[in-house]
Write a protein of this length. Structure first.
Length: 127
């Protein structure tokens, strides 16, 4: 059985994630990658987020300024995403990517180098 956190603690934890994204001098990024996403491996596109990155309501962090887009640097099937601060340090990993029913909603999971990748929306919900 999973751990159940108090509502106030969930909100505090999500505020801490948002603060970590905004801690650096610049904006955080969302890195979209293949199932092999790790560091520089499997990266398909890197999208600069708004600064501040988003807002927290209850146990949900919703990313600001959507839609956002970037040009794909590689080809593959989008499967995972990572949130990185302005220095490139990973703040959160293992985010799901899809055209619906995922943490990060993009226009297409089939990505080709040079194509525009668009994030339509993004949220992280504390379990």
């Amino acid at each position: 059985m999973p751990i159940v956190y108090a509502a106030a603690l969930k909100t505090s934890r999500m505020n801490a994630v948002e603060a970590a994204l905004d801690a650096g001098a610049g904006a955080a990024t969302l890195v979209i990658g293949t199932s092999a996403l790790s560091g520089a491996t499997g990266v398909l596109a890197t999208i600069t987020l708004a600064d501040p990155a988003g807002t927290v309501s209850g146990a949900v962090l919703t990313f600001a300024g959507m839609p956002k887009s970037a040009v794909a640097s590689a080809s593959g099937t989008a499967a995972k995403a990572e949130l990185r601060d302005s220095t490139g340090a990973v703040v959160a990993s293992g985010l799901t990517v899809g055209t619906s029913g995922a943490d990060i909603i993009i226009n297409s999971t089939a990505i080709s180098a040079g194509q525009t990748v668009q994030i339509n929306s993004g949220t992280i919900t504390h379990g």
